[in-house]
Design a protein around this ligand. Structure first.
Ligand SMILES: Cc1ncc(COP(=O)(O)O)c(C=O)c1O
Length: 400
């Protein structure tokens, strides 16, 4: 087996360079901890960009996967399998919605939301054919498809991938007046992250989400909340929208829904919206497959007790208090909610990448974004001592 330097070199040599990973080669993991091929252990403070909210190899999720692997893995949606109805019903109930549409990746859930909103616009709202428009926010990150990058404001994600899909209006994030002004008779939806993850865990001003809800209702526009990263316990509630007591018309879910085992995404909504789709108009060979449903049903059940949401809220307080104490000692700002934090490092000190490399040497894994920002999103199974350990290591890195 390759040792670390050779494995890093070969990973670089034989893959397209669409990522810039830290030079760590992981071979096993449990809970909040990863082990590399040389036996070194690391505290995971990224959790697969929130795909591992329940930690690595949660026993109940692994058991559900094993049991399903021994029985049935794929039927396609041409037939109904015995895991399907439970998954759809239980996820719909968790979301407080009538029904769900299962897909695989987050980007597919976003594409599904866009298609549903447009079709709803034409068939229900009465928008003239081909004129549907969706309002989105500056600094958004909704995935990597050609349509989704068409309305990205990040040049790295968008440049050179045109021609771009039209039908999107970009407004500043957190600015309700600008959002309301951008809505016209052809607007079918407002598509937003309730907290912008990739942008650096940007929390909108208090009252923004409830304002978006109010405006969408008044103007007969769907509120589509991309909770792919913010949802399923990450922020100390089941959904980030819960913090303002807001229910969007469509929830877009992904990442943690697959329990860190399989890609599972879904759109949840009521029948008057999701019901616009008819057979043949949308689908996916793997969407809602038996293995995905077995794992994701267990994910939903883990969330129904509220234990993970509580952990995230309580331990998040501890994490944010520890991080705030570092403002002026290497950090210039800390944002976030629950076990989710965006930290801006003093650019005079080092880049986010450099900080992550130094953290890695100290056995803590995190990921930089946009120059001097680091995101922390540890698995929700992390303990108080482990949070303190991560903060101590960060303090040491910043102290040089
Ligand atoms: C808010 C949000 N939406 C959509 C996506 C895309 O998900 P995926 O990478 O599974 O396509 C991401 C991924 O980071 C995300 O954070």
């Amino acid at each position: 087996m390759l040792r670390t330097p050779a494995a890093v070199r070969d990973a670089e040599r034989f893959t397209a360079h669409n990522y810039h990973p830290l030079p760590v080669v992981v071979s096993s993991a449990e809970g909040a901890w990863l082990t590399d091929i040389d036996g070194r252990r690391y505290l995971d403070c990224l959790a697969g960009y929130s795909a591992l909210n329940f930690g690595h190899r949660h026993p109940r999720l692994i058991a559900a996967a094993h049991a399903q692997l021994d029985r049935l893995t794929l039927t396609s949606r041409a037939f109904i399998h015995d895991q399907f109805a439970d998954f759809c019903r239980e996820l719909a109930e968790l979301c407080g919605k009538d029904m769900v549409l299962p897909m695989n990746t987050g980007a597919e859930a976003v594409e599904t939301g866009i298609k549903v909103a447009r079709k709803w616009g034409y068939r229900v709202k009465g928008v003239p054919a081909g004129q549907a428009n969706i309002v989105v926010a500056e600094g958004n990150f909704h995935g990597r498809t050609t349509t989704i990058v068409s309305f990205s404001t990040d040049d790295e994600a968008r440049a050179d991938f045109g021609p771009y899909t039209s039908g999107f209006t970009v407004v500043p994030y957190g600015d309700l007046t600008a959002l309301e002004a951008a809505i016209d008779d052809n607007t079918v939806a407002v598509l937003l992250e309730p907290i912008q993850g990739e942008q650096g865990v940007v929390v909108p001003p208090e009252g923004y989400l409830s304002g978006v809800r109010r405006v969408c209702t008044e103007r007969n526009v769907l509120f589509v909340a991309d909770e792919i990263q913010s949802g399923l316990g990450r922020t100390g509630a089941t959904f980030a929208c819960d913090h303002e007591g807001v229910a969007p018309d469509l929830y877009l879910l992904g990442k943690a829904l697959g329990g860190g085992i399989v890609p599972v995404s879904a759109v949840a909504g009521n029948a008057d919206v999701l019901g616009v789709l008819q057979p043949g108009q949308h689908g996916s060979t793997f969407g809602g497959n038996p293995l995905a449903c077995a794992v994701a049903t267990e994910v939903v059940r883990l969330l129904t007790t509220g234990e993970f949401q509580r952990r995230s809220a309580e331990l998040g307080e501890r994490l944010h208090a520890g991080l705030r104490a570092l403002i002026g000692r290497g950090l210039v700002a800390v944002r976030g909610r629950g076990l989710w934090a965006g930290l801006d490092i003093d650019p005079a000190l080092m880049t986010g990448r450099q900080a992550c490399e130094l953290l890695m040497e100290r056995g803590v894994l995190a990921k930089d974004t946009h120059g001097s920002t680091i995101r922390l999103a540890p698995p929700l199974v992390i303990t108080v001592d482990e949070i303190d350990h991560a903060v101590t290591q960060l303090a040491a890195v910043l102290a040089g």
